[in-house]
Design a protein around this ligand. Structure first.
Ligand SMILES: [Fe+2]
Length: 219
């Protein structure tokens, strides 16, 4: 006779990889469709959007990826994140970001930095909690968004008279293999971690989406 005891019933909803990817795709699509037409923006609105984006990305992307690396427990996730970090550092992506903003005459001012400050702090504090699965989900969302956002960002810069497109060229490449590897890494991470409830799973995504909306709409 077995002495095994059935696991207690739980009300925790654990989304699977397909559901997570679908939700991230939907969130990204909603953000993209909400972007204002660059032709309708004033010079200063375009400058501000690029400047707020640079104020967030230049100093934070590597920091957030490092948080994901420290939080991840699976070899697959750590290897995938390490590849990303290596490229960021080796090719000096913060320098690329800076050149992009400078060429569009959109280096962040104190006003731009202040505009994103509150939302940025919330994302920083979330990253600091080093929750393995939610942090990897957040970075998967961010990478997916950045890649699809690049043509828009490039158009803003072109309308500002810039021809410096290395940042948007490098980050706009649609790399299917990379995305698949990223979600396999997430799968490995989920197998290792305790189940994460739906709300906690997307906490970082929601905070980052708010930050991106502030970058775009300055509200
Ligand atoms: Fe980068």
């Amino acid at each position: 006779m077995s002495s095994a005891v059935a696991a207690p019933a739980t009300t925790t909803t654990v989304p699977d990889i397909t559901a997570i990817q679908a939700r991230l795709d939907e969130t990204i699509a909603d953000l993209l469709v909400s972007l204002p037409d660059p032709a309708q923006l004033t010079v200063d609105q375009r400058r501000g959007l690029i400047a707020r984006y640079a104020a967030v990305l230049e100093g934070n992307f590597i920091y957030w990826m490092t948080g994901a690396y420290l939080a991840a427990g699976s070899d697959q996730a750590r290897a995938k994140i390490a590849d990303n970090l290596r490229e960021e550092v080796r090719d000096c992506h913060p320098g690329m970001m800076r050149r992009f903003a400078m060429a569009a005459d959109a280096l962040p001012t104190a006003v731009d930095t202040q505009a994103v400050s509150d939302d940025l702090m919330k994302v920083r504090l979330f990253i600091g909690r080093l929750s393995p699965v939610p942090i990897v989900v957040t970075m998967a969302f961010f990478e997916g968004f950045i890649q699809k956002f690049m043509p828009y960002l490039a158009e803003l810069a072109q309308r500002q008279g810039s021809a410096e497109m290395e940042y948007t060229d490098v980050h706009g490449v649609c790399d299917i293999t990379h995305t698949e590897e990223l979600f396999r890494a997430l799968d490995a991470e989920m197998a290792l971690a305790r189940p994460v409830a739906d709300g906690a799973m997307f906490e970082g995504v929601d905070l980052l989406r708010s930050l991106l909306q502030t970058i775009v709409f300055n509200n």
